[in-house]
Design a protein around this ligand. Structure first.
Ligand code: SF4
Length: 379
């Protein structure tokens, strides 16, 4: 992999130029929902009206609901319900439970939700089993109140204050627990406003999110004050090619990572879900080499890495098999180790010897191939 040309001007140097592996030349992948609805309560909020205007400006009809309940999503079969829900966008007010923030170690001090749901079709989706009901994407109209409410949590985190690797980040707020921000930004403008809010905030804070999309045009040039860290979720080719429907390609994501890094954003890798598929060392090695090419020559690079192995719960397995009945994703309880989380919930992770092998390889190869990356955690 050739080294990147130095680019102090911030001019775009595409990852395809660095790797010689050209992705198809096309504009950023953007989701167009088939149905968009807005509740009466959402229209009462300025940001709700902004989202409606933005979507109508794109030529998409917005259906005004008479009540604040979402109806007409369920189909005759589970597959039909899934298809309908996944193509629906609802503009709503966030439920009160979302406004009391929860700690979400090890990623961040607090979870701050600006939306719930995602239009992509990853066969291992983290949302399966976490959210109830059909997987409609809901974006929150009360954004201004949500952002104003974050001030109550500054200085109260435990994740970043306890970790030497996180020193200097301040109190961290994770905005992608239940959604993918770059999948929705062109329809909402919410995360751009959040970046500006954090950029203007006179306190040690960091906004962070992770994404499998690459539509960063509207973020380049924002006054972010290095207080937003965008991480790109990446994986070995056999996994991203086969299991991540509807997302940007990994090369497009790395291209976007480079563009944001050149614009001074702290950036990151979320390598997840790590799976020991056939020839995994070779495929993950290629991935790490592409990352190295993507960040080469970036002045002031701040690159973190979060490494997460695949796991599932009885609930997520059941939901995923309903959504993707023909999936080839391995979810075999017999070959896994049971681990108990908070409140006794069981999850299935890899056996200790597999975990050790994976972790040893990744720690060594990440240090060797991408020395600029600072590993935040392995799980
Ligand atoms: Fe689920 Fe993330 Fe994939 Fe969206 S991008 S379908 S939230 S795993």
């Amino acid at each position: 992999v050739p080294a990147a040309p130095h680019d102090a001007s911030g001019e775009r140097v595409a990852i395809r130029d660095l790797t010689g592996l050209a992705p198809p030349a096309r504009p950023a992948r953007r989701w167009t929902p088939r149905r968009v609805v807005v509740t009466p309560a959402a229209v009462d909020h300025p940001h709700g009206r902004r989202i409606v205007d933005r979507i109508e400006g794109l030529g998409i009809e917005v259906e005004r609901l008479r009540a604040n309940r979402l109806v007409g999503v369920r189909g005759e079969t589970e597959r039909e319900t899934y298809a309908r829900a996944k193509s629906t966008l609802a503009i709503v007010v966030s439920p009160p439970s979302r406004r009391a923030l929860q700690s979400i170690a090890p990623s961040a001090d607090w979870r701050a939700d600006l939306a719930e749901g995602c239009p992509a079709h990853c066969q291992y989706c983290y949302l399966a089993g976490s959210l109830s009901g059909p997987p409609v994407t809901r974006v929150y109209a009360d954004l201004d109140d949500i952002l104003a409410g974050l001030a109550d949590y500054v200085g109260r985190g435990t994740v970043t204050s306890r970790s030497a690797a996180r020193a200097g980040e301040g109190t961290t707020f994770e905005a992608s627990c239940y959604t993918d921000p770059l999948a929705l930004e062109h329809l909402t403008g919410s995360w751009r406003r959040a970046v500006e809010h954090f950029g203007a905030w006179d306190a040690p804070v960091q906004l962070r999110w992770t994404t499998k999309y690459a539509d960063v045009d509207t973020f380049v040039g924002l006054p972010h004050a290095r207080r937003t860290r965008v991480r790109f979720s990446v994986n070995a080719a056999p996994i991203s090619d086969r299991l991540e429907g509807g997302t940007a390609t990994v090369l497009e994501r790395l291209d976007a990572l480079r563009r944001l890094a050149l614009d001074g954003y702290p950036v990151g890798l979320t390598i997840a879900p790590i799976m020991p598929t056939p020839n995994w060392r070779e495929h993950y090695g290629v991935l790490l080499d592409r990352v190295r090419a993507a960040v080469a020559g970036v002045d002031g690079l701040d690159l973190s890495a979060e490494l997460i192995t695949h796991r599932f719960t009885p609930g997520s397995k059941e939901v995923l098999l309903g959504w993707y009945p023909r999936t080839r994703l391995e979810m075999d309880e017999q070959s896994r180790r049971r681990r108990f989380g908070r409140f006794g919930a069981v999850k299935y992770v890899y056996q200790p010897d597999v975990m050790t092998e994976l972790r040893t390889w990744f720690e060594r190869e990440l240090t060797t191939r991408v020395p600029a990356a600072r590993m935040l955690y392995w799980t």
